[in-house]
Design a protein around this ligand. Sequence first.
Ligand code: FEO
Ligand code: CA
Ligand code: CA
Ligand code: CA
Length: 640
Amino acid sequence: MTVLDKQAPHSNWIIEDQDDIPSSPVSGDNFFDVVERRINRRGFLKNITSLAATAALPVSIPSFASERKASGLSFTEIAHGQDDHVHVPEGYVADVLIRWGDPIFADSPVFDIQNLTAAAQEKQFGYNNDFVGFLPLPLNSTNSDHGLLAVNHEYTLPKLMHSGSPKNGALTQSQVDIDIAAHGMSIVEVKRSDNKWTVIRDSKYNRRITPKTPMQFYGAAAGNDRLKTAMFADGIATGGTFGNCAGGVTPWGTVLTGEENIQGYFLGDSQNAKEAENHKRFGLDGKARYIWGKYYDQWNIDKNPAAALHGGWIVEIDPYDPTSTPKKRTSLGRLKHEGCNVHINTDGRVVAYTGDDQRFEYVYKFVSEQKYNPDNRAANMDILDKGTLSVANFQDDGSLTWHPLTYGENSLDQSNGFHSQADIMLDARKAADIVGATQMDRPEDVEVNPVNGNVYIMLTNNSKRRVDQINAANPRAKNKSGQIIEMIPPNGDHAAETFTWEMLLIAGNPETEAGKYHDNISPNGWLADPDNCAFDNRGNLWIATDGAYKDGFADGVWVCPIDGDERALTQHFLRTPHQAELCGPCFTPDNKTFFCAVQHPGEKGTFDKPTTRWPDFNDNMPPRPSLLTVTKKDGGVIGS
Ligand code: FEO
Ligand code: CA
Ligand code: CA
Ligand code: CA
């Protein structure tokens, strides 16, 4: 979801957390002077990693030919631009696989834009697809021709969904019911034949998960009194999931989905509720963008004071069992989770990385107590319940310390209002404040590169950072375009308490805003606002963006090698129709299909005055968020 500057068309309906944003005015220092100062200070980082790079670059580029690994990238990059269409390089095809409203069950009603109903929407693909995960069929295989797609539906745009272009606050109860049903997730079985994909509508796996799907809390905060509400009295049962942004697929074949901007869904007096302090730190002011709480107590904090604590979690779902009850993993903390990505550590423990996507928020890491068992799926199914959550502190010398958020340590005790580990998980942001985590420029995806084992953070932007708040990891004031940080675990040990880090690239225009990439960047190779990412089997980083419109071109996908002498040489691979963000990049195991999600196409328009009608181009149909398959015409590996 676009959540940033004043110029964002929908910023007024995202409730931003202001309490953590310093209020003093930005000083008059010259922006570029400051950036250069930071960059020059980073010269000594090269010593830490023994990489040779020019002192003027914050980007560490190995100069040793022997280090070069073949990226396998040889496509002809596309141009910056924006129009009504998806663009991919010559030799590639982007097809729409499934759109908002498309039927996903044998008995789903045909999509009827003039007669939407909640009952129909519950059997149709939801709105604003975000995360996409591919899970091969059968389970435990690496089949690339057949599998399940798990797709998040992050939020809705009623003005683009309903005839009459209603404002959110004016929705009738039946429209709210449609709205609720359009959120959550879809799980659909898909098959590839002759390089083309189809959705299997009568699959036993197909499922809609919505904000009303029964779920249960697991882990440190499950059953805690603070989670007990009038509706959910035991603190274990909970309603469904919403605000689902990015996510990840685990090695044991489950999906993790991040509940991100949940604060916009709760109506009521947030100050008087017993969780006033928590609400404030979460940016929840009770002036919901969505008015679900007008009709349903689940989203009304006057009637259900603990209601908001039921959102902001990582939810784990077993897509291979459509009858399974999704589990909210409280040991991963409550925050605005962009997503969550799991890595099996060298010692067998499970490490999960997650970013809190808001200005000045943090990067977190969870390390499980138990070891992953590759031979016993059942033994892994609750492995995310026990372990240690920690939060990152990035030092300017290129070191990185993970501070554990453990009850009784680092003043995380009664002196600060914590009475248990459950309190720490419920107030994870507050705990992270106390241990001195580094306030970042909106951490979105945090993913491990399967080839080199390093971890990459997409930092999307932070227009509010002042000059006196910059540091080596967040080196620009009024950061319009974001950066990508590489975290390096020592000897591949992700459980270690100290890592080192490098700046992979600084996004934005290299001419006018100190964007830093490989020296050979083309005029189309620079990008802005990195958000989601994926790695191919060669370890190349595929970056999806959310916010390039500020620079006058469409969002899309850029890819770069990480290792070798083309490190940080980004090239433009795909571009969305205008006013869309590109989400959920993911590959089949053979890397011959690239899935991605076009979110909020034509978001500046309305149903009655659309700015595009992609992808249908039918005069009766508004633009529809849709999932794409990208293949190479010759059936080859994507990027080759
Ligand atoms: Fe929903 Fe962090 O973007
Ligand atoms: Ca975003
Ligand atoms: Ca995102
Ligand atoms: Ca991803």
